[in-house]
Design a protein around this ligand. Structure first.
Ligand code: CA
Length: 222
């Protein structure tokens, strides 16, 4: 009889252990993910249950081949739960460049998969004011037929944003004007200066703003 009690206890303890393991699964791969734990990605608040909008997004497009979460600028830029705040703002890492360790102000972290959980707008105004130059990864990438390019400038600057072919040939000038400090988004529809659709391939987009210059690669896939 005693034997069965031990087997029963063993089963109970392994069940609890697997629950604990599933609860911590992937949480450490998201900035401040431990604060909301499994509720970041699951409606039930437990790993393995139905996913919320943030969890669905991760599963669709942001898992690597090992099944780990790829936290990056694209995922940070998305507002998965549609509450008006990007995932990065909710998790206190708006740029998506987090690579481990604590980040931002944990007391301001809200749930990126729950539209009812959102930052206090007054605290966000300060957060969003930019203090640096950033050229974000375009989204989506690869893309067809159009993609969005976001950037930030910390002060008024004359800004140019241009598309180049892999050979360095200028394809299209997206923007060439003075802008105030802030975050901007521009889209490119895969057309050159003459309105012709360009072919599939690798392209670069380059920003120049004052002394700041940066470029990134993108892929048009038809
Ligand atoms: Ca939210």
């Amino acid at each position: 009889m005693k034997k069965y009690i031990y087997i029963f206890l063993f089963l109970i303890s392994s069940f609890s252990a697997s629950l604990l393991i599933s609860q911590s699964f992937r949480v450490g791969q998201i900035p401040n993910g431990g604060i909301n734990s499994c509720a970041n990605c699951h409606v039930s608040g437990f790993g393995g249950g139905p996913r919320n909008s943030f969890g669905q997004r991760i599963e669709q497009s942001f898992l690597n081949s090992q099944g780990n979460v790829v936290w990056n600028a694209q995922l940070a830029n998305l507002d998965s739960d549609g509450d008006g705040f990007s995932n990065g703002v909710e998790l206190q890492n708006p740029t998506g460049i987090w690579s481990g360790g604590p980040v931002g102000d944990p007391s301001k972290v809200t749930n990126p998969g729950d539209p009812l959980s959102k930052p206090n707008p007054t605290s966000i105004t300060e957060e969003v004011i930019t203090n640096r130059y950033v050229l974000y990864n375009n989204y989506p990438n690869p893309f067809n037929p159009s993609t969005t390019i976001a950037f930030e400038i910390p002060k008024s600057e004359f800004v140019s944003l241009q598309i180049f072919s892999i050979n360095g040939e200028l394809i299209k000038t997206i923007l060439q004007e003075s802008l105030n400090a802030g975050r901007y988004e521009k889209s490119w529809n895969g057309e050159d200066e003459y309105g012709n659709q360009v072919v599939s391939g690798i392209y670069f987009y380059r920003i120049k703003a004052g002394h700041f210059e940066n470029s990134r690669r993108m892929i048009l896939l038809k």
